[in-house]
Design a protein around this ligand. Structure first.
Ligand code: FO1
Length: 319
């Protein structure tokens, strides 16, 4: 079965890993947001791509979800001693990825080629594709500082400013990376991971041709909102600041016409009938992925749900 996962950073990487654990029954492609990318120290940093790849390769830092496990920060510390910027925590091993990626891009390789070769080096079996080889930069308009680059908003300002609007600079010119439309077209199932709908998934959906193709296929999203909150990241805060009550219903309305089904957390079971009445199938289950087993179980449940025209009510979780 061919499955394509649309992913941002940590939440997307965890679910993509769940589907990777279903290989070889699943033939997995992951299409990753590159709107978070930026230049730092003259290097091309691709946080979501790296988070997905490190996670699939078993190299991710289990505490943060981003960056590498068993990491050291000698270079960053030395930069700090020189008075350089240390707000974006680049580890020593992680730096190797940015250095080598930047070198290859300057030699004329496309980002998708670089990612493909890195994946081979890291022993990743799934196909990982950037949404585009062309630069797209997510910008966040804030009440306090006006327009900020995504990492400025997310890391430097720790998501504190109030959001008013988003823009994806370069999106009109950006073409889907080689393989993106083909992967979507040939998919039996498209899964929108529990990543931030505003700034992780929306950039992917905004790439030319992507949303209309998804509309013609079976697509299931996993709500990143659980009981009005997120496990990680500012999605719930963003919904509130934009005047929308954060809930699985808000996520359903966000993706609306794209969805065949929505997976919501069992704590939000109360939203099931309202979402179903808009014609979207609903699976209520545990969506919190504490460990590898949770990731694998959630992926298997989504696969079963996708084949079910009338899913049974799942068992209530024990507390
Ligand atoms: N996120 C942070 O909150 N603080 C950091 O210092 C930080 C450094 C970092 C370095 C490499 C990398 O690949 C990701 C990194 N992230 C960091 C995560 C990054 O900001 C992602 O864009 C977010 O997780 C959103 O997906």
């Amino acid at each position: 079965m061919k499955v394509t996962v649309l992913a941002g950073g940590v939440g997307g990487a965890k679910l993509a890993h769940g589907f990777a654990l279903c290989q070889p029954d699943v033939c997995l492609t992951v299409i990753v947001n590159t709107g978070d990318d930026f230049e730092h120290f003259g290097l091309r940093i691709c946080p979501d791509l790296d988070t997905v790849c490190y996670t699939l390769a078993g190299l991710a830092n289990p505490q943060t979800g981003w960056g590498r496990k068993d990491e050291t920060f000698e270079v960053l510390q030395s930069i700090g001693e020189l008075g350089g910027p240390t707000w974006f925590r680049l580890g020593d091993k992680d730096l190797a990825t940015h250095l080598e990626r930047t070198r290859r891009l300057r030699e004329g390789q496309r980002l998708s080629e670089v990612v493909n070769e890195f994946c081979r080096g890291w022993g990743i079996r799934a196909r990982v594709l950037p949404m585009s080889d062309d630069p797209v930069r997510t910008m966040v308009k804030t009440r306090e500082y006006g327009w900020l680059g995504f990492q400025d908003y997310f890391v430097r300002h720790a998501c504190q400013p109030t959001v008013q609007e988003f823009a994806f600079e370069g999106i009109e010119q950006a073409l889907p990376a080689a393989g993106v439309l083909e992967a979507l077209e040939s998919s039996d199932l498209i899964v929108i991971a529990p990543s931030n709908p505003w700034v992780s998934i929306q950039p992917i959906l905004s790439v030319r041709g992507v949303a209309s193709l998804i509309q013609s296929k079976k697509a299931i999203a996993v709500s990143p909102i659980i009981q009005g909150q997120t496990i990680k990241g500012p999605a719930a805060k963003m919904y509130r600041e934009l005047g929308i009550e954060p809930s699985p219903l808000a996520v359903a309305q966000h993706y609306d016409a794209l969805l065949w089904g929505l997976v919501i957390d069992e704590f939000d079971r109360g939203f099931e009938s309202t979402i179903k009445s808009s014609g979207i199938m609903v699976l209520s289950t545990n969506t919190i992925m504490h460990n590898e087993q949770d990731r694998h179980i959630l992926a298997k449940k989504i696969l079963a749900f996708s084949k079910d025209s009338n899913p049974n009510q799942p068992q209530r979780r024990e507390f």
